[in-house]
Design a protein around this ligand. Structure first.
Ligand code: GDP
Ligand code: MG
Length: 370
């Protein structure tokens, strides 16, 4: 299932691919071609090419990325499974499903933040499918709705990008104050360490001492290392830089960086996140920029998402506090309007209260058991 695996280098002393020269790469491919069954496809291409000068030139001219992967033997680490269903508040437990009269369903969908147009379209489609199949009973209608929502929520780009073997993987976490960034980082770090990964946390929310303490508590709970500001109010970018250095030195598998969520003007936010980004990217690629949104804030979460996606290169959404709200339709609205996958969901304040978003599980949770 998406998001439950990450890949790391088997031998941690092997140099990262981008640090190895092209000539070395070609030699390594030749030496190891027989012993690397996993990379058969890639090495075979090299073997099959006739050893003529022109071909050799082509190989050298290939972008480095094409020959990188066979260098490093990767091992998959399976991470503990997380299920959403129990934490999601059902939207429809109170309403009566009646094929002739689905107005109430439309109201509930609107209240759940699907948006008026989407709610109307969903009800229409439920009617169409019911007509086609002759469905009449409440449980038949619930099933149709569950299937339809599963389709509507469906995307295939939800897995966290922790699979190219170039480590430490860096996850930058952004979002307004109170959205649940630090809590999410704690949960994520714990999940990773439980799976055998080593994690460093960067406390780049330097504006409040309490924010650093909070992250430190999560670092202890999750068995992660933490890099803290050396002075109060230190430049967040300096902490981010230090975190990168430490994560590399420690050979951490994953580095997760917390940021401040001050509501500020767009330029200020852009400058601050831009600077953090630049210092990280001096040494490491950023695997994920996760935007944390509080689902209970409904349409406001959507407005925040728009603001952040304009200034940060957001790769995934974390939707928190879905345990306390019947506004799960915001997932649909965000994905539709921003074309960014919801990757993680927060369903409580506890360390295990989160899940990887799964369209089918989520739809079942919202619609409830038939
Ligand atoms: P940050 O300012 O973005 O770092 O937000 P915090 O991580 O400090 O969280 C703000 C509050 O929301 C805290 O009281 C958390 O316990 C709470 N919180 C975070 N995620 C969830 C969640 O999924 N469900 C619930 N019920 N509370 C959450
Ligand atoms: Mg915080």
């Amino acid at each position: 299932m998406a998001g439950l695996m990450f890949w790391r280098k088997k031998d941690k002393n092997v140099q990262a691919p981008e640090e190895i020269q092209v000539e070395q790469e070609i030699q390594v491919v030749a030496e190891t071609e027989v012993e690397q069954p996993v990379e058969d496809n890639l090495t075979e291409v090299v073997i099959e090419e006739p050893a003529e000068e022109t071909v050799l030139e082509t190989v050298v001219e290939e972008p480095i990325t094409e020959v990188e992967i066979p260098q490093v033997e990767l091992e998959p680490i399976e991470l503990p499974k997380r299920s959403l269903t129990k934490g999601i508040k059902s939207l429809f437990s109170r309403i009566k499903f009646d094929v002739e009269n689905l107005e109430e369903l439309e109201d509930v969908l609107i209240q759940a933040d699907f948006g008026v147009d989407a709610a109307e379209a969903i009800v229409q489609e439920v009617k169409n499918r019911a007509k086609k199949s002759g469905a009449k009973t409440e449980s038949e209608l619930r099933l149709i709705l569950t299937d339809l929502l599963t389709e509507k929520f469906g995307r295939d780009d939800r897995a966290l990008k922790l699979d190219n073997g170039v480590q430490p993987y860096v996850i930058l976490v952004v979002g307004v104050n109170g959205a649940g960034k630090t809590t999410t980082i704690g949960k994520l770090a714990n999940w990773l360490t439980q799976g055998g990964a080593t994690v460093t946390l960067g406390a780049a929310d330097t504006f409040r001492a309490a924010a650093v303490d909070q992250l430190e508590t999560w670092a202890t709970r999750s068995n992660s290392e933490i890099v803290k500001p050396t002075i109060e109010g230190q430049d967040p970018a300096a902490v981010a830089f230090e975190s990168v250095e430490r994560a590399i030195a420690n050979q951490s598998d994953v580095l997760i960086i917390d940021t401040a969520g001050r509501l500020q003007n767009k330029q200020g936010l852009m400058d601050e996140l831009g600077k953090i980004r630049r210092v990280i990217e001096k040494n490491l690629a950023i695997s994920e920029v996760l935007l944390v949104l509080d689902a209970t804030t409904g349409q406001n979460a959507l407005a925040q998402a728009k603001a952040f996606t304009e200034v940060a290169n957001v790769t995934g959404i974390v939707l928190t506090k879905l345990d306390g709200t019947a506004k799960g339709g915001i997932v649909y609205a965000i994905q539709e309007q921003l074309d960014i996958p919801v990757k993680l969901v927060g369903i409580g304040e506890g360390i295990d209260d989160f899940g990887f978003f799964d369209a089918s599980e989520f739809a079942i949770g919202l619609v409830g058991e038939s």
